[in-house]
Design a protein around this ligand. Structure first.
Ligand code: PMV
Length: 360
């Protein structure tokens, strides 16, 4: 598929009003996306676990208006008007206008809510943008002349979500999603996420992710700024090559169920992401002292207990603790006894690998 394939050929455009609701999950990258080219094209491929509990639910209601040059919409978060979201959505609409030519024919009401607290430090852009993209795809599907396959529907939803927030392209389906072209993964694309098409060992089924909320404040540096700082970064090219290599290594890891190598790759990816932040100009640090306390505790526990618990990080201070289903009981006991003390107000979220968006 290329960009042109996402421009609709024939829309009936007969709907006067309606509404659609989608619930979409967040995701956690195992190989990280950090650095992009124009039009949200990633500098390297990434792969993520789709989550299950951390979700956004969005209802998009639409009513016909006279066509003019302007987008018309209002946004509500948890029932309250949220004008500070408008700029981001206006920019998103501008980027997707050519792919959804009906946008200026309607007034939209966007009502959204998250299962995780708004100020938890968990980015809502992946689940938020994918939920909106899916609602818009439902509008397109119902005004389309021709029957639309589910495959096209999901691909285009991911394509649109990507234009809102790169990582949102990985929040349409589950349970393992690849976004970005990789030589060894047939069908992978810089334009949209695909379900990981190769063999995955039982060890990776129902994987757990307990998210430790270390710092719930606003990030000091947004990911938009962070991605830009990879332009002219002294280690950028090496990093992009490394991401390709790590994804190649994961192919075998997933096939044979090699948890030891999985841990090595996943933790290295997390620390490399933060190393890129610390070595850009201007440099910045998103980890907090408790992030490091938790990492050290995980390392000691893993050595002592011989279990396969590991961590990954997003662009923030929170720690995602990853562990297989077979060790869940023992690891969760360790988390409660030794790690929760490092969370802000003792807050954490129990999540696990999930299977993607649902229409409600
Ligand atoms: O989707 P963005 O532009 O918010 O970037 C997300 C980048 C990371 O979360 C740090 C990594 C990733 O691949 O999700």
């Amino acid at each position: 598929m290329i960009e042109q394939d996402f421009i609709p050929k024939s829309l009936k455009n007969t709907l006067d009003k309606g509404s659609f609701t989608w619930s979409t999950p967040s995701n956690i990258a195992l190989v990280k996306y950090w650095g992009k080219k124009e039009h949200q094209i990633p500098e390297n491929p990434s792969i993520s676990f789709t989550l299950d509990a951390c979700r956004t639910t969005t209802t998009l209601s639409f009513s016909r208006k006279d066509f003019n040059e302007h987008f018309s919409f209002e946004v509500f978060l948890d029932g309250k008007q949220k004008d500070d979201f408008k700029l981001k959505i206006e920019t998103f609409f501008k980027h997707i206008d050519i792919y959804l030519p009906f946008l200026k024919n309607y007034h939209f009401k966007i009502e959204t809510s998250n299962t995780f607290p708004h100020s938890s430090g968990i980015a809502s852009s992946a689940s938020g943008m994918s939920a909106l993209a899916l609602c818009l795809m439902s509008v397109e599907r119902s005004s389309n002349e021709a029957e639309m396959t589910d495959e096209y529907f999901n691909q285009k939803a991911s394509f649109l979500a990507r234009l809102g927030s790169g990582s949102a392209s990985r929040s349409i389906e589950g349970d393992l999603i690849v976004w970005g072209k990789h030589d060894k993964i047939t069908g992978s694309s810089d334009l949209y996420g695909i379900k990981y098409p190769l063999e995955v060992h039982q060890n990776f089924k129902n994987y757990h992710d307990t998210i430790l909320l270390v710092d719930k404040g606003e990030k000091q540096v947004s990911s938009t700024v962070g991605h830009k700082l990879m332009h002219g970064h002294p280690f950028a090219q090496e990093r992009f090559t490394q991401a390709h290599h790590n994804l190649s290594r994961l192919i075998d890891v997933f096939k044979v169920g090699d948890l030891k190598t999985f841990i090595e790759i996943i933790e290295s990816e997390a620390l490399t992401l933060h190393a890129m932040m610390m070595t850009s100009l201007p440099y910045f640090v998103l980890m907090k002292p408790n992030t490091l306390e938790i990492i050290n505790k995980i390392w000691s526990f893993r050595k002592e207990a011989g279990l396969h618990v590991c961590f990954t990080l997003d662009a923030g201070a929170n720690v995602h603790v990853l562990y297989p289903e077979s060790e869940a009981e023992k690891v969760f006991e360790f988390i409660q006894n030794e790690l929760v003390a490092y969370c802000q107000n003792g807050h954490y979220i129990c999540d696990r690998i999930g299977f993607g968006a649902k229409q409600l």
